[in-house]
Design a protein around this ligand. Sequence first.
Ligand code: 1CP
Length: 352
Amino acid sequence: MSWHDGAVTTVLNDSPFVRACRGLDVPHTPVWFMRQAGRSLPEYRKIREGIGMLDSCRRPDLVTEITLQPVRRHNVDAAILFSDIVVPIAAAGIDLDIVPGTGPVVAEPVRTPAGIERLRQITPDDVGFVAESVRLLVKELGGTPLIGFAGAPFTLASYLIEGGPSRTYLKTKAMMYGEPALWNALLSRLADITLTFLRTQIDAGVSAVQLFDSWAGALSEADYREHVLPHSSRVLAGLAGAGVPRIHFGVGTAVLLEAMGEAGADVVGVDWRTPLDRATKVIGPSKAVQGNLDPAVLFAGREVVEREARRVLEQGRAAPGHVFNLGHGVMPETDPDALTRLVAFVHETSAR
Ligand code: 1CP
């Protein structure tokens, strides 16, 4: 049960964002941006000065302010909690840092049974700062829904096994193909951690959750189905009764969309490579879609942005619900005013 009162929950359930996730009719197509909080905003760069990424994720006052920044500026239809997918892994006892310009770096990569032992299951208390941040945010946000999130087992495993970001996922795939028992033990532990992390956010009051399997596009459909889908499905199934929409997103997933749809989310996030109407044909008519303007289009000038946004809106009509977003995160060099204008354009163009 979330702590906040029934009236607020009703307003949030009636918000265009939550309604679109459920495939219900909406006054306009809702829009938010992956990585809307972050380096594209000067106010973000200022507040983060001298404070490490993980430290800022652990400070509810900072998390609240950073999460609210894009909501104030852009008039987006949802906020996303400022955090990172490796936050629960750090809480589980893994020594890691988020290095500026690189991303998550793990001190001792996890490649053995003893390594998996170092990755403890977490309790809600281990991520109490996240629950506290969500409670503060729900109060501040009023009628604007807050999206909680977590990394999916495969994407988290890739950082743990590689020790950091990777282009080839060689060590990750070597374990997946060569040591299936170890692989399943690791992904199973990650699924447990992810479930606890997402349930903690839901209990604290988030209105939706997004499971990021950002790097699943490195896999064939057969390998995804055999080695990854069961673990992601367990996470999504574990949230089935929680009463909030579940969004599932990955990059480069054209051949995986059918399988990712089967993983059990209510909304499938699509990158910019697959038109949303084609995605809906593959995923089926029972799920909403989220996406999928190429983040690079925002560098091409207003007319191009409007033409492409209109195309995305038209293709999104094939699905029972459409949440407008980029096909991946906002690039740090993006002009924030281009994002503000895009939100207004999506609202005006889609108004029913
Ligand atoms: O110091 C900084 O500002 C570092 C940049 C940064 C930021 C702003 C990182 C490091 N993480 C974040 C915040 C973050 N991470 C959010 C904020 C909420 C919002 O969207 O506004 C979210 C949702 C994430 C999730 C995340 N972290 C994902 C999944 C989303 C995606 O983009 O696909 C992934 C893969 C990560 C790992 C990560 N953390 C940071 C970086 C640079 C990376 C990617 C590294 C790589 O290329 O593998």
